[in-house]
Design a protein around this ligand. Sequence first.
Ligand code: NIG
Ligand code: FE
Length: 394
Amino acid sequence: MSSLLVDNIGELVTNGAGEGPLGIRRNAAVLVEEGRVVWVGPSAYAPAADRRLDAGGAAVLPGFVDSHAHLVFAGDRAAEFAARMAGQPYTGGGIRTTVGATRAATDNELRATVRRLRGEALRQGTTTMEIKSGYGLTVADEARSLRIAAESSTETTFLGAHVVPAEYADRPDDYVSLVCGPMLAAATPYAKWVDVFCERGAFDVDHARAILACGQAAGLGVRIHANQLGPGAGVRLGVELDAASVDHCTHLSDADVDALAGTAHSDGSGTRTVATLLPGAEFSTRSPYPDARRLLDAGVTVALATDCNPGSSYTSSMPFCVALAVREMRMTPAEAVWAATAGGARALRRDDIGVLIPGARADLVVLDAPSYLHLAYRPGVPLIRQVMRNGVTP
Ligand code: NIG
Ligand code: FE
């Protein structure tokens, strides 16, 4: 069994025991065996190992956990972006444009896009990436989207309920039946999660409830896109169904925040549902950012993710999202880094990632910087010097 010592770490973010909310250790080392962290401690007391990686005094943190991305699509919507920057609002209507291009693409074209974006994200420090379907919207196209997604991630999400496709525009109930019936059956072998875009222009709360309940009954975990473009009952539905995450959370009432914070439970216990914020979407749609401060101050668990997709957020960069969250959403750098690592892991109900503690996966990044603070302090700069996943450099 070969061991690797990552040594001479100036600042180690563990998200476990250590200084402050990030569990920081200084002058630290991490011992890795068989893809797992087996020891964390001071460099001076590090055990012997077969190989050594010298971090040169740099910062090391858990690999980013991007818990929300739409990578299986064809074409792009650069012209739609340009129109938005000239004043057009974002409505989600462009999703159907991508559906048309995705249906027309070959498996290999879709596979190439997923691999390109997954590679892009990896080079920016993302060691776990959730991948959704949702641009196929036929039984065959949703199944192949998930089959291709599953080649690149174990965190795959069935989003047959992204929008009602044009051919079902005047009979949305029939589309919901299709999603809950043959489409779910074809998707389930390749999916871990079920998701619904619960929003005006997409699915209302009754349809969302029906679809999420079917997915749950088929053994999938629940997540939901909610309260992105306007207020609604989607966030509360997510909490009620014990969703792992409600994503976007841009337009929230006090009742939504209370539900997320768990104060709505009569026994006072907290909810397990995470609020995943996607600042790349507000950036790229020129919309007001979610109020992260209000959620954090209420005790809600917050994650950050990219929402990488060709319409509302065509970025694969978690460092960019961290910088946006700090500058635009009043998160502290420590809160943002926690949300992009341990927060993402909570949003996927995983305890083996997002932390660097004994037993965790050896998924980590070495920064070209002495501190995690530089991720927000030096926006747009490629600070990821090295990425390790399962103890190896991919
Ligand atoms: O998360 N909200 C719905 N889905 C995506 C947007 C998809 C698109 O515009 O193509 C989102 O923002
Ligand atoms: Fe999304």
